[in-house]
Design a protein around this ligand. Structure first.
Ligand code: MD3
Ligand code: FE
Length: 226
């Protein structure tokens, strides 16, 4: 569990160090990994959310999620009264989800590689927006077709306290803060761990205002077809 360091910028840029922290056998937090690309990421995000706006989806149990969600890529995660699943069509518009911007795909690929997962090519990016008070209860991500690929996440805006649990809902969970620019890669034996996010505390982020945006990059469909 020895933290390693690497240079975020080219030689002539101001030195900023990102730290890689191991939080599980095959899970890594890449502190600040996305910071050099935040402007490009937010520029790419804006038109996506115009085409496929954030919405509060309803769970099979009939509850409206406190998190606002949308997707880009070939597949997007949805939920309604009939269940959770991936869809190639945005049910709001009846159109395919917006394509995955190159800056998203490249960043996710590089983060995965940095954590030891070569060749990661996401076919889905779930966009979660949290305002203060919004949370995500403990759950497993099991709607993807296969679990061989890791899940890669990017946190932007307000900080969150992330819960990293075990393989049973009742297992004790550890917590780690996720800050603007942090990325996390969960794979292998840690892929099916329960996880969640505590209610976001009120606050203001210089770049994103009163919100947190989390992007999760996934291989949701047939891995052979990505
Ligand atoms: C650990 N999102 O969208 S990202 C989700 O911050 C979700 O919005 C949270 O959980 C968020 O499903 C957490 C981190 C994450 C995603 C998938 C995981 C952590 C994971 C899968 C296995 C273990
Ligand atoms: Fe999840």
């Amino acid at each position: 569990m020895q933290p390693t360091t690497f240079d975020l910028f080219a030689d002539n840029e101001p030195l900023q160090q990102a730290r890689t922290e191991q939080i599980g056998e095959q899970s890594w937090v890449l502190r600040g990994f996305a910071l050099p690309r935040v402007d490009q990421l937010l520029t790419a995000l804006e038109p996506l959310l115009d085409a496929a706006p954030l919405r509060h989806m309803v769970t099979p149990g009939g509850f409206s999620m406190s998190v606002g969600t949308s997707s880009c890529g070939t597949l997007g995660w949805i939920t309604d009264r009939s269940g959770y699943r991936y869809s190639s069509v945005d049910p709001l518009s009846g159109l395919p989800w917006p394509g995955m911007p190159t800056v998203f795909a490249d960043l996710a690929h590089e983060a995965a590689e940095h954590a030891g997962f070569a060749g990661f090519q996401a076919d889905s990016c779930l966009i979660n927006q949290y305002v203060p008070g919004a949370k995500m209860s403990l759950h497993q991500d099991k709607d993807e077709k296969a679990y061989a690929a890791p899940i890669v996440s990017l946190s932007l805006g307000l900080p969150a306290m992330f819960l990293f649990g075990g393989f049973e809902r009742s297992d004790k969970s550890r917590r780690t803060p996720l800050l603007h620019g942090d990325m996390v890669v969960w794979g292998g034996v840690d892929r099916l761990r329960f996880h969640g996010v505590l209610p976001i505390k009120p606050g203001h982020h210089a770049r994103l205002g009163e919100r947190r945006i989390n992007l999760t990059f996934r291989v949701a469909g047939d891995p052979a077809k990505v």
